[in-house]
Design a protein around this ligand. Structure first.
Ligand SMILES: Cc1cc2nc3c(=O)[nH]c(=O)nc-3n(C[C@H](O)[C@H](O)[C@H](O)COP(=O)(O)OP(=O)(O)OC[C@H]3O[C@@H](n4cnc5c(N)ncnc54)[C@H](O)[C@@H]3O)c2cc1C
Length: 393
């Protein structure tokens, strides 16, 4: 997302931009839902991607208890979209001849005139500037700031997206139209509707995004990262290889604690998968003629649902800085000064919201926030709400 946003915004100010993507085939999301924010909608409009058929608007948030009873609600209109839809809108802004699949960044050299970028397949590209939008495990950042490493939060999520058509009428009536919370102790289950296959927004053809936060220390996570064939993975396991005993255990745990509607969702997820939650913020996001954007620069825990909005904001700020300065180095310094603190602020806000799960509470402030978030009313007021950054301005 950050790479595509960057290309769109830089092209608007007259730069020639090429995007190099590691994947040899067009990227398709794993049924991931994305919460939207005013900043994301603005970035999509300003980049030229637009917001056509972006997603599904929910009218409100509700919290339900173990028996499925609604115990709280908040009117809050919010558009929920999907990774696939955003990728497709942004992808359409790029000339296909400028988008290069199957290019794995290997290393970069630079001097005062620009960069030489080497790809694993042997291709070498020169440019005035390299923008690393290569995600939380960025290879660009690994070369320039190898000490900056994502930090495991102490929790992970199970997720998936069942088809609307498979869900029971009771599930469709009680939770499907809403942004829903179910909050057992030290856990969070969150659900909301998203588009179906091929961005199908028609009733009956949509999906429901299911997210279940669970606490698990680094040792437990390491054990979970042993796949069905016995192979140890570093960070996560490709969905088809997740061990069957883990899935069976997860389902058994769910049967014990979840309300019927969320159990119905879980039973109809074809391929559930888990994602460990990491975060970090790089102290610098510019290194000579190389700039980092999006998750490569700073990644927050997903409690705000703000990662793509931040990616768009980084890309736009970079283009604005380059447009405002004749000197590229001065522009990059201005970009670093503007966006590094914002990335760090968003990461810290994610930690604040993560205190709900009760992991590693270090300060009085952490404990105060943990206590506040034990109230489901507070959770509805804090999790993934629009305009949370305004409080810091
Ligand atoms: C569980 C979860 C839920 C989330 N929910 C939301 C949400 O509701 N709303 C929201 O806005 N955000 C959400 N996010 C965050 C969001 O997904 C990220 O912030 C966003 O994808 C960051 O975009 P990016 O382009 O910086 O990085 P990525 O999306 O990680 O993209 C990096 C790209 O770089 C490519 N790449 C990597 N290495 C190389 C290489 N060596 N050479 C070439 N290419 C390479 C990758 O293939 C990939 O295409 C969530 C994240 C998680 C984990």
């Amino acid at each position: 997302m950050s790479g595509l946003f960057t290309a769109a915004f830089l092209r608007q100010i007259g730069w020639d931009v090429d995007v190099f993507e590691r994947s040899p085939v067009e990227l398709v999301g794993r049924g991931a839902g994305i919460t939207t924010h005013p900043e994301l909608l603005a970035a999509l409009e300003q980049s030229g991607a637009g917001t056509h058929d972006l997603g599904i608007e929910v009218p409100k948030r509700i919290t339900i208890d173990r028996h499925g009873r609604v115990i709280g609600e908040r009117p809050l209109r919010q558009i929920l979209t999907s990774w696939d839809r955003l990728q497709r809108l942004l992808r359409a802004t790029i000339d296909p001849a400028r988008y290069h699949l199957g290019h794995n960044f290997e290393r970069v050299e630079q001097d005062e005139r620009g960069v030489r970028v080497h790809f694993a397949e042997g291709r070498v590209e020169r440019g005035d500037l390299l923008v690393g939008g290569d995600g939380i495990r960025s290879g660009v950042r690994a070369q320039l700031a190898p000490d900056v490493q994502p930090i495991y939060s102490g929790y992970y999520i199970w997720r998936g997206a069942p088809n609307e058509a498979d869900l029971a009428p009771q599930t469709l009536a009680s939770i499907f139209p809403y942004f829903v919370f179910f909050l057992p102790e030290r856990q969070q289950v969150i659900g909301y509707p998203i588009a179906g296959f091929n961005n199908d927004l028609r009733p009956g053809h949509r999906r429901y995004n299911f997210i279940w936060y669970r606490v698990g220390d680094a040792q437990q996570l390491r054990a979970m990262c042993v796949d069905e064939t016995g192979h140890q993975h570093d960070y996560s396991v490709p969905p088809p290889l997740i061990r069957r005993d883990l899935i069976a255990q997860m389902r058994a745990d769910a049967e014990r604690i979840m309300p019927a509607a969320f159990l119905d969702c879980l039973r109809h997820i074809e391929r559930q998968f888990f994602t460990p939650i990491y975060d970090f913020s790089a102290p610098r996001i510019v290194f000579g003629r190389i700039a980092l954007v999006g998750d490569a620069a700073a990644a927050a825990r997903p409690h705000m649902g703000f990662g793509v909005a931040k990616a768009g904001g980084d890309a736009h700020a970079l283009a604005r800085a380059l447009d405002a300065h004749d000197d590229v180095d001065a522009a990059l310094a201005a970009y670093d000064a503007e966006r590094q603190p914002i990335g760090e602020r968003i990461m810290l806000h994610g930690r604040k919201l993560g205190t709900h799960l009760g992991v590693d509470l270090k300060t009085d402030e952490d404990r105060k926030m943990w206590k506040l978030l034990q109230d489901f009313e507070a959770m509805m007021d804090w999790i993934a709400v629009p305009n949370f950054l305004a409080a810091y301005r």
